[in-house]
Design a protein. Structure first.
Length: 336
């Protein structure tokens, strides 16, 4: 038995994370997702997978990662496996997974997947796994400027797929005959959410990697290294250097900022289904979700890549702003 050796080990949200990306390690040529999530992440999806007994020197999360590499996980591809000791990262955040059983829906294509390894016993080991999953979920939400309303269950996406209606939490917990997941967390989903919220409030999502200095790279795409404008230790400096059509990437190739200022005042934009509408450029609270045709109020890129939109072309640029601006939408939700 060969135990995997991670490429990097960091602390994220108080959880030890071992990075072993399938995009770098695929000796058996298993099938892989290919759709980019860069700039499109809308939340975190929580799953449960069954506890397994493992040999000394390894953990269940490493075992599940190894099983994936060996093509023993069928067509399941997730971003993280989490147990009572640590997490193993299998996919970069910039790549979609196969985990929500919703095909090309938002579950697979726009959320980061956490598989929490637990059992029905709900003993101290299970509770520690769950706690690590809550810490990791909080850290991810905070990293992408999202609040607790962007925490989803696998069952949520099944209900959306099947045409069910309801609030986010109703869809999170509503019965679905295909699967109820995360099976061991769902019975106390409200308590789990409170735990995640407590970690969000505590600000536990600081990344600690003493041996590696974080550099933010400004490129057109992560793969296009020749387009790089520079590498910065300061995220704010990287944002300042980010020209229109470029993005800022962290050391793992994840988009942390995009300059979408190629848009113009009065431009007609088609907004994707279920797009979050915000009341300002900085708030993380979603006013409501929208779709359809809108117009750019002034074409000026605000913080977090958001633009002010309005419902009619004649409203663009008119004052008072509060009367004519519908709200703020992130540019990556525009169908272009």
């Amino acid at each position: 038995m060969t135990i995997l050796r991670p490429d990097a080990t960091t602390t994220f949200g108080g959880v030890t994370v071992n990075e072993y990306l399938l995009t770098k390690h695929n000796p058996n040529h298993i099938d892989m997702p290919s759709v980019s999530m860069a700039g499109k992440i809308i939340g975190v999806t929580v799953h449960n997978t069954d506890w397994i007994t493992v040999a000394s020197g390894t953990t269940p999360a490493e075992q599940y990662t190894r099983a994936t590499v060996n093509n023993n996980m069928k067509d399941v591809r997730v971003h993280y496996y989490v147990d009572n000791v640590c997490a193993w990262q299998n996919l970069p955040h910039s790549l979609s997974g196969w985990h929500a059983a919703d095909g090309s829906g938002n579950g697979n294509r726009r959320t980061i997947a956490i598989e929490c390894i637990m059992s029905s016993a709900y003993n101290s080991v299970d509770k520690k796994s769950e706690d690590n999953a809550a810490k990791l979920a909080a850290a991810l939400l905070k990293q992408y400027g999202l609040d607790i309303n962007h925490l989803y269950t696998h069952t949520h996406w099944l209900n959306v797929r099947d045409g069910q209606n309801g609030t986010i939490d109703q869809l999170n917990t509503m019965y679905n005959r295909y699967k109820m997941c995360p099976a061991y967390i769902l019975p106390h989903w409200a308590e789990f959410k409170k735990k995640v919220q407590s970690y969000l409030n505590a600000g536990t999502s600081t990344i600690s990697a003493p041996s590696t200095k974080q550099l933010y790279r400004v490129r057109k795409s992560w793969a296009d290294a020749k387009s790089q404008l520079g590498a910065y230790s300061s995220l704010e400096n990287a944002k300042k250097a980010c020209k229109a059509g470029y993005s800022v990437f962290d050391a793992n190739g994840n988009v942390v900022y995009t300059n979408g200022s190629k848009f113009t005042k009065g431009q007609k934009v088609a907004i994707r289904a279920n797009t979050p509408l915000f009341a300002s450029a900085e708030t993380t609270s979603v006013t409501r979700r929208i779709s359809g045709t809108y117009y750019l109020y002034d074409g000026i890129a605000c913080k977090n890549g958001r633009y002010r939109i309005t419902t009619k072309p004649e409203f663009c640029g008119k004052a008072p702003v509060g009367q004519y601006v519908t709200g703020y939408v992130s540019w990556d939700n525009f169908n272009q």
